[in-house]
Write a protein that binds this ligand. Structure first.
Ligand code: IMP
Ligand code: MG
Length: 187
């Protein structure tokens, strides 16, 4: 077994399930945004794999851009503090913007981003999130498109990391608790 796989307790969403759902989302978004030339804004780093697969299922004209924010450091709990590490290259005023997220947990990161982008007066602003952990929500957020609703467990893979590892896994898996036990003990 590979060193990364050894740290995974179980597969939550398989590669096949992910690919099927991402293809569906691509079809849905292609229909809804036909003729609107949307700008897909990927929230780095976690959203990179989802964006890459999602856009390959889009049949419409669209552009992509990236934003990087930090909210967690290496911890598994939100700090509530969001910092913009990289801003958009493009001007979004009058554009149809679709934010591409890996996961919505407490909602703090997304709430901050939405407020920040809304000020720039896009024609519309929606969210597509691969994963949704509603049991942890602290801020109310409207999610136009979501891949999967998941239980309250810390997951890695398909872009999602723990301390910058595991992003390359082709599935979404639950990390063994002993991997972050040391961090829990420090709290
Ligand atoms: P929120 O602000 O609590 O909604 O956190 C959003 C961000 O926290 C996500 O974009 C992820 O980067 C990270 N995050 C939340 N839950 C998980 C998880 O289960 N695994 C990996 N990263 C997570
Ligand atoms: Mg993220």
């Amino acid at each position: 077994m590979s060193p990364l796989m050894q740290d995974v307790a179980r597969v939550l969403i398989s590669e096949e399930e992910l690919q099927r759902r991402v293809a569906e989302l691509g079809r849905e978004i292609s229909e809804d945004y036909e003729g609107l030339d949307p700008l897909l804004v990927c929230v780095l780093k976690g959203g990179y794999m989802f964006l890459a697969d999602l856009t390959r299922h889009l049949t419409i004209r669209h552009a992509i851009d990236f934003m990087a924010v930090s909210s967690y450091g290496d911890a598994t709990e939100t700090s509530g503090v969001v910092r913009i590490l990289k801003d958009l290259d493009s001007d979004i005023s009058g554009r149809h913007v679709l934010l591409v997220e890996d996961i919505i947990d407490t909602g703090h990161t997304l709430a901050y981003l939405m407020d920040n982008l809304r000020v720039r007066q896009p024609a519309s602003l929606n969210v597509v999130s691969l994963l949704n952990k509603p049991s942890r929500r602290e801020v109310d957020i409207e999610i136009a498109y979501q891949g999967f609703v998941i239980p309250n467990e810390f997951v890695v893979g398909y872009g999602l990391d723990y301390a910058e590892n595991y992003r390359n896994l082709r599935f979404v898996g639950v990390l063994k608790p002993e991997i972050y036990a040391a961090e829990l003990e420090r709290e």
